[in-house]
Design a protein around this ligand. Sequence first.
Ligand code: NDP
Length: 448
Amino acid sequence: MANDSPYDYDLIVIGAGSGGVRAARVAAGLGRKVAIIEEDKVGGTCVIRGCVPKKLLAYAAAYRKSLQAAPAFGWDMQAQFDWSTLKANKDAEVDRLNRIYLRLLADSGVELYQGHGRLTGAHSVTVNGETLTAGHILIATGSHNVCPDIPGIELAIDSDGALSLERLPQRMAIKGGGYIAVEFASIFNALGVEVYLVYRGNPVLRGFDMDIRIFAQKAFSANGIQVINNADVMAVRQVDEYKELSLSNGEILTVDAFLCATGRRPNTRDLGLHEVGVAVAEDGKILVNREQQTSVASIYAVGDVCNDYNLTPVAIKEGHLLAERLFAGGSRYPEYDNVPTAVFSILEIATCGFTEEQAKAHCSDIAVYTSTFRPMKYAMSTVEEKTFIKMIVDKANDKVVGLHIAGADAAEILQGFAAAMKAGITKERLDATIGIHPTSAEEIVTLR
Ligand code: NDP
């Protein structure tokens, strides 16, 4: 019993992914009695079937260009790629991280229930036939891939399936032009698969700055990805061991694997939301206020199940600050301006703040600075890849309101500049910063 509380726990968290685990551990660290319920592996999408395994594959894919550049640096080598080695090592690493997550929960005193959690009241949840009660309940169940209902869609795999392929296909078609589509297109292309990226728009990565989108799509094509714009996969059928895809432009594609990467939906199935009165938006997201509180005062939500970001660090921030507010008198709230994000495609893309279009809508006058250059690490080699940087400044106060990078190490470079943007950095202060030479990042402090 939690102190003199009438409940079994101070906090019950449903969903042991990034946001849920962080909230549970912070609350337990503050001396609260906490339970967490998970029906799958502890760690959630990010650790088990998202960011982490995807990034491991992206590292594997990045060797392609390093190997191509190597002879110019005096390295003479024969390289062979073996998918089964990569897959086995990636699976072992995910298992290791899963064990770390389990240990972190145990060490912080959080009680883990493996099973499906379902709300039965404002303060009660059932799991495996047992009823648990708590002063506060947090829903952090994340999201899942969704595919449109086209004929033969059951023949498609989603990103979970792509991460667990037993064999590398010879040819793969991907439907979609967002984060997952371009990341997996880049990975499989670099690992030797013939990749067709079928996207209903043009260019890929809607929502990103247009110059970045154009630059990135050109780079993807130059890397060998066959980008098919303004077309969609309308139907799939199995023909012998192949998948035959009918496209809206009349083309037929014959491939060994078909990956559908058309967005994600919140995991709200059989949570008892309706019965308990937790309001849900039309797109399936749980509605929350600034306190992360749902329409039932004692029930909260964080992460993909309720926010628009589908980004691990956002879920972690929401979970952490919620636990502090609930149990330590915290007064901090997540800030959603200047949320940096990266696409781990080849070319890598990282972005923070406004696109040029958004900046024009928010600022009365803007200045745009761009730079395109060949990174030094490829200069002597046959690798043609270039880096593109775009900075947008609000002329009224000289503040940097948008920074976009497409090129090697984009994410690593942008993280530090995102902190500067949060702190309100001006172009004048960037100009006063001494660059680190020779780096790609120094371009950002020398833009003219
Ligand atoms: P996205 O929302 O990024 O992209 C979905 C893509 O599918 C878009 O190109 C969209 O086209 C297209 N699409 C949607 N519905 C249909 C349809 N019915 N028919 C044909 N095409 C369709 O989703 P993802 O699945 O790639 O990723 C989900 C989210 O997960 C991302 O938004 C991101 O927040 C997160 N994520 C983050 C990563 C990271 O941080 N590196 C990596 C992977 C995922 P259109 O543009 O025309 O709408």
